[in-house]
Ligand binder design. Structure first.
Ligand code: ACM
Length: 260
């Protein structure tokens, strides 16, 4: 199957421009699975829940659901995208899965980063895995990576591919992602953003370094800080072989009774 990761600079509060950027950067792409960054329609640095509220959307809903459905149809596969989701007046930092028929699933970021704790409600949907035909995929969002339990939960639930929309500001994740791929023997699609956002009391610069990794932690494609689409041809069956030696299956060799 062919997978892709789009890295770009979303414009804060300008959903229409962000649709246009995503469309332009993915024009002509033919992919089974495309992963976009965290909060890719709205941008990241909001001052409060109230400020983000008018831009947050329900999934399935209208505007962004129509956009991601069209994007999935254009690429001929599934799309995972980071969004601001509103549900019962709560705002979640979510990743949504779409295909050409519309919304398939939602994951809500479980581990909120820094000031996100003042804006979003922590996720409440666990770490589900979805069968998209060519592979089983799971989603996590940005800071979830620093808890190895996130990737491990997805691997234990049968994910062949971890889809990881991110807005990274700390330098560690692009290196740690290699370890997460190796220790779970999964493909790993890290879709980060680039650029800076500046508000009166805060400024963030996002580090880019998006990657496509195989279950051996090998880098199949990577970016620095450019806005671009990277792609790779992968065989998801590789992620179903959990043996690192003939006697060591990394999932069944676990000793959870000793993990406290
Ligand atoms: C992050 O979780 N957006 C750093």
């Amino acid at each position: 199957m062919k997978v892709g990761v789009l890295q770009f600079t979303p414009v804060l509060k300008d959903i229409r421009t962000n649709y246009q950027k995503i469309e332009k950067l993915t024009e002509g792409a033919d992919l089974d699975l495309l992963v976009l960054p965290e909060l890719c329609t709205t941008g990241y640095l909001y001052k409060s829940t109230e400020e983000l509220m008018p831009l947050a959307e329900e999934f399935p809903g209208d505007k962004s659901s129509a956009f991601f459905t069209r994007l999935a149809s254009n690429i001929g596969g599934h799309v995972v995208a980071g969004v601001a989701e509103i549900s019962n007046k709560e705002i979640y930092n979510s990743a949504v899965l779409f295909n050409a028929n519309g919304h398939v699933a939602t994951y809500r970021k479980i581990h909120l980063f820094d000031r996100e704790k003042e804006i979003f409600t922590p996720g409440n949907l666990g770490f589900p895995v979805f069968d998209i035909g060519a592979a089983r995929i799971g989603m996590m969002v940005c800071f979830d990576w620093i808890f190895p339990e996130s990737a491990r939960s997805l691997a234990l639930a049968g994910a062949d591919i971890i889809c990881h929309p991110a807005n990274l500001v700390l330098p560690y994740c692009p290196r740690a992602a290699v370890t997460r791929a190796i220790e779970n023997r999964v493909f790993y699609l890290l879709a980060d953003r680039v650029g800076s956002e500046r508000r009166i009391d805060a400024e963030l610069t996002f580090i880019g370094q998006s990657k496509i990794l195989d279950p051996g932690g090998n880098i199949l494609a990577f970016l620095g800080t450019d806005e671009a689409l990277i792609t790779a041809e992968i065989d998801p069956a590789q992620a179903r072989d959990k043996f690192v030696t003939p006697r060591n299956d990394i999932l069944t060799d676990r000793r959870p009774e000793f993990y406290r």
